[in-house]
Ligand binder design. Structure first.
Ligand code: NAP
Ligand code: G4F
Length: 346
């Protein structure tokens, strides 16, 4: 009898937990931020739907690295295909949508300006329209970026009062998406939030981005697999944080009583050169100049020389702060690349 009651109670509990579980739709699930965000949401009991494009060779490596592949329900959609997004919102009516999908590599955005605009700008309009028509209570997070500030700053930092002055087609495309996100909030009362995130990195950062290119290169040199790293502008400065910390801020933005826009960064900036030095230092190499070659192919038509956040207001409002500092981030990424390459060598 006691056992029977226990089983009934257990089933009821599971059933009500299933009914109560919040649902989140995450675009860009296969990228860097998607897996970290999915892990955080799954840990909080969410049912997570991850949007993937049609692919010939699926690559779930990042999700496997974070340990969430298999726990996510994959659904097909494309930011350039309005009807696919409408169908997803109409059929799932998720509590929260995190729009992380983008052509996110600044360096390619000059050559791929039209595609960058279609994915990063129009795709956001499609998603917002779908929410407006089919699920107006859905809360929406837009992955906005410090790249929108470009050369603009106030006393050397960027915060909520800094005007946008984007320097790349990528930056321009994100400014459109930023304002559409604000406009749908103000026009239709949707709960929409922009997270203006400064650069954030991790062991699953795309290999084209400078931090990962450096840590992969340093690991190869350390293991005798390469002799040099070819880079562009070593003087550019960025406010680099850890992606795992930044997804917490995304989540918190959608839990607030009122929607808003937030700056997310560490408040510290370092040059590419400093990143290179720190990465080589971590594997015991001090003469890094012998291994780094400057290559004009990696210079940009228009550069963003210095990005440094003032995240104070966000920290106060969300009660958020980054946990991983610059040196810890560099060490984490170098160690992960050394480990990965050592395993490949065996
Ligand atoms: P990421 O690694 O480049 O991932 C982007 C994801 O978008 C990829 O999974 C990609 O899918 C997907 N995608 C691209 N085109 C698509 C399309 N047409 N339809 C559906 N999905 C598409 O980027 P991330 O570093 O995780 O960044 C996440 C978001 O934050 C991006 O919007 C980025 O612009 C923004 N952001 C990033 C940073 C940063 O420092 N990481 C800072 C500020 C803002 P495939 O895997 O199929 O190619
Ligand atoms: O790592 P990056 O390519 O990142 P970038 O351009 O700052 O963009 C990233 O951060 C943005 C947020 O601010 C995101 F919105 C965006 O999606 C992306 O995640 O380049 C960083 C800096 C640049 O100044 C670049 O000119 O590093 C410089 N750099 C120097 N040599 C290089 C290289 N960048 C790359 N990718 N490759 C080089 O060889």
């Amino acid at each position: 009898m006691i056992l029977q009651n226990y089983l009934v109670y257990k089933n009821l509990l599971c059933y009500s937990l299933l009914i109560m579980a919040k649902t989140a739709l995450v675009t860009g699930i296969l990228g860097q931020d998607g897996p970290y965000l999915a892990k955080l949401l799954l840990d909080k009991g969410y049912k997570v739907y991850g949007v993937t494009r049609r692919y010939s060779n699926p690559n779930f490596e990042n999700l496997e690295y974070v340990g969430v592949h298999g726990k996510i329900q994959y659904v097909e959609g494309d930011m350039t295909d309005e009807s696919s997004l409408m169908n997803l919102i109409k059929s799932l009516r998720p509590d929260e949508v995190y729009n992380l999908a983008a052509q996110s590599f600044v360096g390619s955005s000059w050559d791929l300006a039209k595609m960058t605009t279609e994915v990063n700008s129009l795709g956001v309009l499609y998603l917002l329209n779908a929410i407006k028509y089919f699920s107006p209570t859905t809360r929406f997070y837009q992955a906005s970026t410090s790249e929108m500030f470009g050369t603009s700053h106030i006393n050397g930092v960027q915060d909520d009062n800094t005007p946008f002055y984007p320097r790349s087609p990528y930056g321009v495309s994100k400014v459109y998406a930023y304002w559409m996100t604000v406009n749908f909030r103000e026009s239709f009362g949707l709960f929409t939030a922009n997270g203006i995130l400064f650069n954030h990195e991790s062991p699953i950062r795309g290999i084209q981005f400078v931090t990962r290119k450096i840590t992969d290169g340093v690991a190869r040199i350390k293991l005798g697999l390469a002799e040099e790293i070819r880079l562009g502008n070593l003087d550019a400065r960025r406010d680099w944080g850890f992606a795992g910390d930044y997804v917490e801020a995304m989540y918190l933005m959608l839990q607030q009583e009122q929607p808003g826009d937030y700056i997310v960064g560490t408040g510290e900036s370092h040059s590419v050169k400093e990143f290179v030095e720190a990465a080589f230092r971590h594997v015991g190499i001090t003469n890094w100049q012998d291994y780094v070659k400057q290559d004009p192919r990696f210079m940009r038509p228009a550069e963003v020389p210095d990005l440094k956040s003032n995240p104070k207001e966000t920290m106060d409002k969300l009660g958020w702060k980054p946990k991983v500092n610059f040196d810890e981030l560099v060490a984490m990424m170098v160690d992960a690349d050394v480990k990965r390459l050592e395993a490949l060598k065996k």
